[in-house]
Design a binder for this molecule. Structure first.
Ligand SMILES: *[C@@H]1O[C@H](CO)[C@@H](O)[C@H](O)[C@H]1NC(C)=O
Length: 402
């Protein structure tokens, strides 16, 4: 984790890709901070993570509510196992505790533990583990892969993305992208996330509805294989007990930020409705455990700060664009309410909403606490670009040497 944070002070940072057509323009400086953001966000996710319980585990906006200060990396696993019908094995720090007895079950539990928790993820660059690189046949430029993997992996980060840390906390390996042609292992689930994707259908090639179709395609092929007596990476129990994670909406919001504030607010409900539809579709397909990320502090993105115009002159106390952060907060409020609503509707499901805004805003506001040097976003855009270019050159040289 420490390595993922190295050099974060020099990077520009960014909360993930733009829309697909802008992929080629994605600037190198976004990647550097992505690694540290991923690392620190996971730390923060775990800190802010609501205690897994039968009560609706929502973390509310503003970052004020910290339900479980004692949360450790194991709580994600516990949350995953908390839903009714969830596995009978609790993963402790390295040791497993069986919550039922009986040898047969124990053997089955051991087997299941060996296979790991199954995760299906849907999203954009915030959780892409190589999808866009595979499907577009592109190389993500350095410093991608620098901080942790030491080789390109197709992540829009120099380290791991949040999803990687979630998988690690669940004792399961990093998710393979759905369209990776070589070396994919789907025994612990599939990552359908593609950088640049929107929740809104048709706006991007791999919008959320398409990712859902891909999931259903995958599930049907698995069950078909099993019916024929062949092997499949995941069986029906695996699908039923899997954790379904979603981190999307970032690019939809990016696409409407040029509008007036009132116009933007009118665009939010249809975006959230798409995420709701996706959760409902998964639920119809037997999914019971959901882990839904809200959007980040988009008004703090260096990309936005470096290119801000007249409309976004107003900066808050931490140097972030107030108007854009308000949009992000409104979006998260709607999504959180949607999760509340779905929780009532799907009584036997567990739906966790994670307030990413609070987590990522904390990274900016309390950057020193997270081992990040003076964030460049505090400065004017000219200073930002000159200094970040200098710093990136230095980092790139170091990267090439290492
Ligand atoms: C910064 O950290 C302090 C102390 O942990 C906390 O109270 C505060 O809410 C944080 N600020 C933000 C914006 O998250």
């Amino acid at each position: 984790m420490a390595s993922a944070m190295n050099g974060c002070g020099g990077g520009g940072g960014g909360g993930g890709g733009g829309v697909m057509k802008r992929m080629g323009l994605l600037r190198v400086q976004y990647y550097c901070v992505m690694g540290f953001v991923a690392a620190a966000v996971v730390l923060a996710t775990l800190r802010y993570m609501p205690a897994p319980a039968t009560a609706p585990p929502t973390v509310d906006g503003g970052g004020a509510t910290v339900r479980s200060s004692a949360a450790t990396v194991d709580s994600a696993a516990a949350a995953a196992a908390a839903a009714p019908g969830g596995g009978g094995v609790e993963r402790g720090k390295g040791k497993r505790k069986h919550v039922w007895s009986g040898e047969e079950e124990e053997v089955a539990a051991e087997k299941k533990a060996a296979a790991g928790v199954v995760v299906f993820n849907f999203g954009d660059s915030n959780s892409d583990t190589g999808g866009v690189a595979a499907v577009m046949g592109i190389h993500i430029a350095a410093p991608e892969g620098r901080a942790y993997f030491h080789h390109p992996t197709g992540r829009l980060s120099d380290g791991r993305v949040i999803l990687d840390f979630i998988c690690e906390s669940l004792n399961t390996h990093h998710l393979s992208p759905f369209m990776r042609p070589l070396g994919a292992d789907y025994n612990n689930g599939v990552n359908f996330a593609i950088a640049g994707s929107t929740a809104t259908p048709g706006e991007t090639t791999f919008s959320l509805d398409v990712q859902l179709d891909q999931f259903i395609f995958f599930k049907e092929r698995c069950l078909e294989s099993i019916e024929r007596g062949e092997d499949a990476p995941i069986d029906s129990k695996g699908f039923e007990n899997a954790l379904y994670t979603m981190d999307i909406g970032h690019n939809d919001l990016m696409g409407v930020l040029h509008l007036s504030y009132d116009e933007i607010l009118r665009k939010l409900p249809p975006i959230v409705a798409e995420i709701r539809k996706a959760i409902e579709t998964l639920h119809k397909n037997g999914a019971k455990k959901f882990w839904i990320h809200g959007t980040g502090a988009l008004g703090c993105l260096p990309q936005k700060l470096a290119t801000r115009g007249e409309i976004d002159r107003d900066l808050d106390e931490h140097g972030c664009i107030t108007r854009i952060n308000n949009v992000a907060k409104r979006f998260n409020k709607l999504l959180s309410e949607t999760c509340d609503d779905l929780r009532l509707q799907f009584a036997s499901s567990t739906i966790v909403f994670v307030d990413m805004f609070a987590i990522k805003y904390d990274l900016v506001a309390n950057h020193t606490k997270h081992d990040c040097r003076a964030p460049l976003i505090y400065r004017s855009s000219t200073e930002f670009s000159q200094e970040s270019v200098r710093s990136l050159k230095k980092q790139k040289a170091k990267f090439i040497r290492s």
